[in-house]
Design a protein. Structure first.
Length: 557
C-alpha cells in the first residue's frame, strides 16, 4: 500500500510566479507585521514565565519556519496568548527544561497529525469546547496581569485562579497608583489609537509613549517605583545557540499530557487562523502541510530556548490587511524582528511592566469572545454543559484537564444524541409503505406472514444501539420462524454492532430461527462479507428490499 504524504509548502509554489510588485506588497506587510508582533512577543514571553527575548526568539525562528514550510500563503506564526496558561503551568511544575521537552514532543505529534492527514479531522472539535477554553484562557490571562497592573510587591504568586485573587486582596495595600496609572493609560492608548490611524498598532504606540514617560520620570525626577522589564530580567540581545534536550521514557510519560494539550491547542489555533485567512483572501490552505510546518517549528524552537509556536489570528489578519499575499511577508516579518532584537534589544529593558499588563489585558478582552459565549448559552443544554465545564475547568484547574474532559464530555453527549436519534422498531402484522423509498408497491401496506418478525433499524448500528435491539427482541412473546432486519437506513455498522448482529445470528440458528437482512447498503454489505455473516445466514438471505425479504421468509414459515 502506497502512503501519500500531503506536504506541499505554499512558498515554493508561490515563487514560481513571483514578481516585483508582489515583493513590494509583501515587504510593506512584513515590516508592519514585524512591528505589531514586537510588543506581543515580549508580553507573551514574560506572561508565560520566560524572559522577553525568548518570546522574540519564538516569533523569529517559529515565524520563519511556519512561513517557509506552511500550507497557508498568509499565516503568521509565533507565540500567542492561548499558550500563556499552559506554558506558565508547565514551567511552574517541570521547569524550563520540562517546557522544552513538552514543546518538542508536541511538535512531533503535530508532524504525525499532518503525515496521517488529520488536518481536516481537527476541525471537527466541537465549537463549545473551543469557545470554552478560549474564554477561560482569556480570564486567566486577565487574572495574571493584576499584579503588574497595580504594581503590587508580591514575592511569589500562586498558580491557581482562586489563590491569586486571595493574594491580590491581601496585598492590595502594596499597590502603586503610578503603576496603575501607566497601565490604564496604556489601555486607553491601545483602544483609541485605531480611531486615529488603523495602520499603526496601538500596542506599539502605548509601549513607546509609556516607556518614554517612565524613563523621564526615573531619569529626571527620581521616581523609581514603576517596575520595568530591566528590573526583573537581563536582556540578551542575540540569537542563542542550540542546546541539547535530554529525553527519556520517564520524561515522555510525565510530560505527554502537557505535550498533547500543546499539540491540540496549536493545531486548533493554527487551522482556525488559516481558515479565517482563507475567508479574507478567497484562497484555500493545505491543513496537513500547515500541521507539519507547525510541528517542525515546535521541534526546532525549543532547541533555542523558545516557547510553543502556533498561527496567530491577529497578526495574520494584519498581514492580509496590509497587502501580504505570499509567505514571503511572513519571512520578512521574522527578519524585521531579528533586526529589532539585535539592534534595539537593550532598549526593551525600559518598558514598564504595567504597560505590558495593559497590552495583555486588551489581548485577553479580545480573546474572551464574550458575545459568542453569550450566544452559545442559548443553544441546546448539551452544548451549554460542554461550554461551561470546559470554561470552569480551564479557569479553576488547567487547560490540559479542560481539553481532555471537554473532549470526553462532548463525545459522550454526541453518542447520547446519536442514540436518541437512532430507533429500533418491530412489526409482526403489516408494514406501512407510505414512507418507503426502496420499493415500488401498489398497496399502502405489506402483510407479514404469521411466524415472521420484522425489525427496522433507523440510524447507525453501533455499540450504543445494541442494547436497544436486544430489548426489542425480549418484548416479543411467541418465538418466530424468521426474523427480518431492515437495514435500509443504516449508514454504517461498527465492530460492536457487528458483534451484536453475529451473536443474534448464532442464537437464532440454535433456536431454528432464520435471520434475513433487507436493504443493506454497499458499505455495510462489504463489512458483513468480510466478517462472513453471509455464510452464517446464507448469501441468499441478504435481500435488496423488503418484498424480496418477505418472499424469502415465507419459505421458512
Amino acid at each position: 500500500m502506497k502512503v501519500i504524504i500531503d506536504f506541499k509548502p505554499r512558498l515554493f509554489r508561490t515563487l514560481k510566479s513571483y514578481s516585483g510588485e508582489k515583493f513590494a506588497n509583501d515587504l510593506m506587510a512584513g515590516i508592519i507585521v514585524g512591528i505589531v508582533a514586537l510588543p506581543l512577543a515580549i508580553a507573551f514571553g514574560i506572561a508565560s514565565g520566560v524572559s522577553p527575548e525568548k518570546g522574540l526568539i519564538t516569533a523569529i525562528i517559529g515565524g520563519f519556519i511556519v512561513s517557509l514550510l506552511g500550507g497557508s500563503s498568509v499565516q503568521i506564526g509565533g507565540p500567542t496568548g492561548a499558550f500563556i496558561v499552559i506554558v506558565y503551568g508547565i514551567i511552574q511544575n517541570f521547569g524550563v527544561e520540562g517546557l522544552a521537552i513538552a514543546t518538542l514532543i508536541a511538535g512531533i505529534l503535530l508532524v504525525l497529525m499532518g503525515l496521517l492527514r488529520l488536518g481536516t479531522v481537527i476541525r471537527f472539535i466541537p465549537y463549545p469546547i473551543v469557545v470554552g477554553f478560549t474564554s477561560g484562557i482569556a480570564l486567566t490571562i486577565f487574572t495574571t496581569q493584576m499584579k503588574d497592573l497595580f504594581g503590587m510587591t508580591v514575592d511569589k504568586m500562586p498558580g491557581d485562579f482562586v489563590s491569586k485573587w486571595i493574594v491580590y486582596a491581601q496585598n492590595i495595600s502594596s499597590s502603586s497608583w503610578l503603576s496603575l496609572l501607566v497601565g490604564l493609560a496604556s489601555i486607553a492608548i491601545i483602544v483609541y489609537t485605531p480611531k486615529i490611524s488603523k495602520k499603526i498598532p496601538g500596542s506599539l504606540v502605548a509601549i513607546v509613549v509609556m516607556t518614554i514617560v517612565v524613563y523621564i520620570m526615573r531619569r529626571y525626577f527620581g521616581i523609581a517605583e514603576i517596575e520595568t522589564i530591566g528590573d526583573r530580567f537581563e536582556i540578551n540581545a542575540a540569537l542563542p545557540g542550540p542546546e541539547t534536550i535530554s529525553i527519556n521514557m520517564d520524561t515522555i510519560n510525565l510530560l505527554l499530557p502537557s505535550a498533547f494539550t500543546i499539540a491540540i491547542l496549536g493545531a486548533i489555533e493554527s487551522l482556525l487562523s488559516a481558515t479565517v485567512a482563507d475567508g479574507a483572501t478567497s484562497k484555500r490552505h493545505n491543513s496537513n502541510t500547515e500541521l507539519i510546518a507547525q510541528g517542525a517549528a515546535n521541534i526546532i524552537v525549543p532547541i533555542f530556548g523558545g516557547i510553543p509556536v502556533t498561527g496567530a489570528i491577529a497578526r495574520t489578519m494584519t498581514n492580509i490587511n496590509n497587502g501580504g499575499r505570499t509567505p514571503v511577508a511572513g519571512l520578512i516579518h521574522a527578519v524585521v524582528l531579528l533586526l529589532i532584537l539585535l539592534f534595539l534589544g537593550p532598549l526593551t529593558k525600559h518598558i514598564p511592566m504595567a504597560c505590558l499588563a495593559g497590552v495583555l489585558i486588551i489581548v485577553s478582552y479580545n480573546m474572551s469572545e464574550w458575545r459568542t459565549f453569550r450566544s452559545l448559552m442559548k443553544n441546546p443544554k448539551s452544548d451549554i454543559v460542554v461550554l461551561l465545564v470546559t470554561f470552569f475547568l480551564t479557569v479553576i484547574f488547567d487547560l490540559t484537564i479542560a481539553i481532555e474532559i471537554g473532549l470526553l464530555l462532548a463525545m459522550v453527549l454526541f453518542m447520547r444524541r446519536i442514540m436518541e436519534t437512532t430507533k429500533v422498531s418491530v412489526s409482526t402484522e403489516k408494514i406501512d409503505l407510505s414512507n418507503d423509498s426502496d420499493i415500488a408497491y401498489d398497496d399502502e401496506a405489506l402483510v407479514i406472514p404469521r411466524g415472521v418478525e420484522v425489525y427496522e433499524i433507523d440510524g447507525p448500528f453501533f455499540f450504543g444501539i445494541a442494547n436497544k435491539f436486544d430489548e426489542c427482541m425480549k418484548n416479543i412473546g411467541e418465538k418466530p420462524k424468521a426474523r427480518i432486519i431492515r437495514m435500509r437506513k443504516v449508514p454504517f455498522i461498527d465492530s460492536t454492532g457487528l458483534h451484536n448482529l453475529e451473536s443474534l445470528c448464532r442464537l437464532s440458528s440454535k433456536e431454528n430461527i432464520q435471520v434475513i437482512l433487507s436493504g443493506v447498503n454497499g458499505k455495510v454489505r462489504d463489512v458483513l462479507m468480510k466478517s462472513n455473516v453471509d455464510r452464517m445466514i446464507g448469501s441468499e438471505n441478504i435481500c435488496s428490499n423488503i418484498q424480496e425479504a418477505l418472499g424469502m421468509a415465507e419459505r421458512y414459515v
